[in-house]
Every structure is written in structure tokens, then in C-alpha cells.
Design a protein around this ligand. Structure first.
Ligand code: MTE
Length: 385
């Protein structure tokens, strides 16, 4: 899995005494080219024109969403703990994970807060003010979570698998790790595009510090919050994780009263979404024929594919069908382009999409207090001269 060369690359080549690796903020061999909303914790998204340059998002253009500064983890002493409702609890080093079969999966990650800033028109939402760039499509290599769980012998009454990161997040006057959990039926998928991975590589290179070095989960079809970075502990249970990021955050609520959190379930799958990535917002364009490009992500249901991407230059009076330019692959986005005519009456460009599992982008998404799952028709103001 991880070689010494990989470790040096991930650490930016810095090794401090005792073999402990120190990671720079970016941690990558190639510096990030992102718009930073914050650093330490790093929260950053690419310029949209960079995002649609290739179907696989290069790591330098892949968004970063972290709730705490990157933890410094010594890969030589790293142990992944497997606990809870298993007959054989264990603690696995990176080396011992090598005995499991390696899988390679291409999957899109997207933050539940992608496009959050659009909710502000209706009512201010807190949190990272994401535009439409909190999404990316990468190839992930690692071992199947199901294989590791099979060796631990999951008990028959188990219903959920919890993930816990090694990061330290200041919350409510204390320090907590980031946590996620997924239903056992999803966790036990062994093969194919839907199988969750314990990944140590992204785009054929060792994970960078900001993407979870040395190990993270990748849960295809689910919101990014379930793909836990810096994974340190897996717990098999008969209930969802009590961690704040499952029990409270990452839920759709109208207000933040305790009863609202209690009555709302955790979000798992992401819904269909699409955005126009070129031209840029408020760009000056000449009247006539122009090309629009963007991305579309079908909803994270098994076998859900893009059915149709439609663009409009006249507030939805007429729609033009876009052409797909990327690969058609389960749990992955598609890139698209469309030729449209703009006139001096064109104030906004719009995109909406449909998928084969019945998913569609609504005209408007009801406001929610945390600003999640914004997937209304994407509208881009332009200035036509
Ligand atoms: N895992 C840990 N340990 N800590 C985090 O803050 N953020 C989550 C998830 N995993 C997070 C985490 C969220 S909200 C998202 S959207 C994805 O990581 C982002 O993954 P990326 O930074 O590799 O793009």
C-alpha cells in the first residue's frame, strides 16, 4: 500500500525525528489551486472553469472540507481499530491492511453544503459559504470495507457501521472527532461501484494530508460527510453513531431547536445536481451563439444515470438539450456542453437536469437552517452586450 517514497511525497518531503511525518497545509506534491474560505481548518473550492477541464478532477483542483486542522499522523504507528458488534475486534496497521484485496473505484464526492450560498437570498445560513465547487470526481484505491468487516465477523443484529476520524474538533467547550455512520447493508457491499472503500490513495497517489492521509472512507453515492478522513476507528452497532455530525449536523431542519434535530434523520445519499461552470458569473458575453459547459451529478441511487441536461437563456421559456462530454459511470458526475443563443434580453443562464432513477432538480428548494442539498435550477447572471 504505502511506500516510503509515497510518505515523503505526502509530507512534502519533511520527516521529523522519530519518523513522525509533518504535513504542510496542502500536503500535496502539487500545490492546491483553490479559493480558500478558511485555512486550518482548510475549506476550499476550485474555480468553476478549472473544475470542468477533465472528468477526473486533479487533486490540485479537488475541494477540501475539514472541520479541524489536519491531524499529524505517524503512519508507522497508525492503527485502525475495529470494535463493537463484532466477534473478533482488532487493531490493524497500514501494513496489515495490505492482506486485503485492493480495489479501485471512481466516485464523485460532494459536500452536502455545495451551493449553500444560494440560500442566503431567502435567509442567511451559517457555515462555509460554498459556491458550486464543493464537488469533484476522483479515482480512489484501497480495500473494501466489507472485507475488513467480514474478517471481524459482524454479529447478526448489527445495523450500522460508525466511522471516527483522528481529527480534534472544538465543539461545545470540548474536543470531539469527526464521525459518520452508514447502514450495515451499504457497508457490506463487497464489490462493484457501490462498495465503500477504506482508501489510502486518490488519483494514483497517496492521500494528501488534507484529503485524509493515511486512510479515509469513500462511500459512493453518499454525501461527502460519510467519507470520513483520517479514519482511526470503526464501530459496528445496532444504532447510528451518536457523533455530532450524525446525530445533529447534516440533517435537514427548518430551525435548530433540539426537537427538530431529534425528529430528522441523517442524510445519506446526495440528490441530483448540476451547475454551469463556463462562462463565469457576471461574465460579459457578446450577443449571438455561445458555448456553456458544466457538470451534472445524478442522484446517488444505485444505477442512477444522467437522463437529460437542459439549459435556457430566456428564464425557462425554451430549453436546449446539452451534450455529455465525460464518461457515463455509476456514482460519478458527467460533464456537459451546450450551444445557445444569447440576446440583449438574456439576463440569466439556467441549467436543470433529470436522472434515470426519477431524480430531478426542482425550480426552488425549501430553505433549511444549515443550507444543505441545494439543487434548485442553477441560475447564472450574465451581461450580454
Ligand atoms: N472527515 C473528517 N475526519 N473530518 C472532516 O472534517 N469532512 C467531511 C468528510 N470527511 C470531514 C471528514 C465532509 S463534510 C466532506 S464534504 C468530505 O470529507 C470532504 O472530503 P475532501 O476534503 O477530501 O474533499
Amino acid at each position: 500500500m504505502i511506500t516510503r517514497r509515497d510518505m515523503l511525497l505526502a509530507s512534502g518531503g519533511i520527516v521529523i525525528s522519530g519518523g513522525m511525518l509533518q504535513h504542510s497545509t496542502s500536503g500535496a506534491a502539487e500545490p492546491k489551486q483553490l479559493i480558500y474560505h478558511s485555512t486550518a481548518p482548510d475549506n476550499a473550492e476550485p474555480h468553476l472553469n478549472d473544475l470542468v477541464k477533465s472528468w477526473i478532477t486533479p487533486t490540485k483542483h479537488f475541494y477540501v472540507r475539514s472541520h479541524a486542522p489536519n491531524p499529524v499522523i505517524d503512519p508507522d504507528n497508525f492503527q485502525l481499530k475495529i470494535e463493537g458488534m463484532v466477534n473478533r475486534p482488532s487493531s490493524l496497521s497500514l501494513k496489515s491492511l495490505k492482506r486485503f484485496k485492493t480495489h479501485s473505484t471512481t466516485a464523485t464526492l460532494t459536500c452536502a453544503g455545495n451551493r449553500r450560498s444560494e440560500y442566503n437570498e431567502e435567509g442567511k445560513v451559517g457555515g462555509v459559504q460554498w459556491q458550486a465547487g464543493a464537488i469533484g470526481n476522483a479515482t480512489w484505491q484501497g480495500v473494501a470495507l466489507a472485507d475488513v468487516l467480514a474478517e471481524a465477523e459482524v454479529m447478526p443484529d448489527a445495523k450500522y457501521v460508525w466511522f471516527e476520524g483522528l481529527d480534534q474538533i472544538e465543539k461545545g467547550g470540548g474536543i470531539i472527532p469527526f464521525g459518520g455512520s452508514i447502514p450495515i447493508a451499504k457497508a457490506m457491499i463487497k464489490n462493484g461501484a457501490a462498495a465503500p472503500l477504506l482508501a489510502d490513495r486518490m488519483n494514483d497517489a497517496i492521500l494528501t494530508a488534507d484529503h485524509g492521509f493515511p486512510l479515509r472512507t469513500v462511500v459512493p453515492g453518499y454525501i461527502g460527510a460519510r467519507s470520513v478522513k483520517w479514519l482511526g476507528r470503526i464501530v459496528v452497532s445496532d444504532r447510528p453513531s451518536p457523533n455530532h455530525y450524525v446525530a445533529t449536523a447534516y440533517k435537514i431542519v427548518k430551525n435548530t431547536a433540539p426537537i427538530s434535530w431529534a425528529e430528522s434523520g441523517p442524510i445519506y445519499r446526495y440528490p441530483i445536481n448540476a451547475a454551469i461552470c463556463t462562462p463565469a458569473a457576471d461574465a460579459k458575453v457578446a450577443a449571438g451563439q455561445i458555448e456553456l459547459t458544466g457538470y451534472v451529478l445524478p442522484s446517488g441511487r444505485p444505477e442512477s444515470k444522467v437522463k437529460q441536461v437542459l439549459v435556457s437563456t430566456n428564464q425557462g421559456k425554451r430549453w436546449t438539450e446539452a451534450t455529455m462530454t465525460g464518461k457515463d459511470s455509476e456514482f460519478c458526475w458527467q460533464l456537459w456542453k451546450a450551444q445557445v443563443k444569447v440576446t440583449s434580453d438574456t439576463k440569466r443562464l439556467m441549467v436543470r437536469a433529470l436522472d434515470t432513477s426519477g431524480g430531478f432538480m426542482p425550480y426552488r428548494v425549501p430553505w433549511n437552517a444549515k443550507g444543505y442539498l441545494q439543487n434548485s435550477w442553477f441560475q447564472l447572471p450574465v451581461q450580454v452586450s
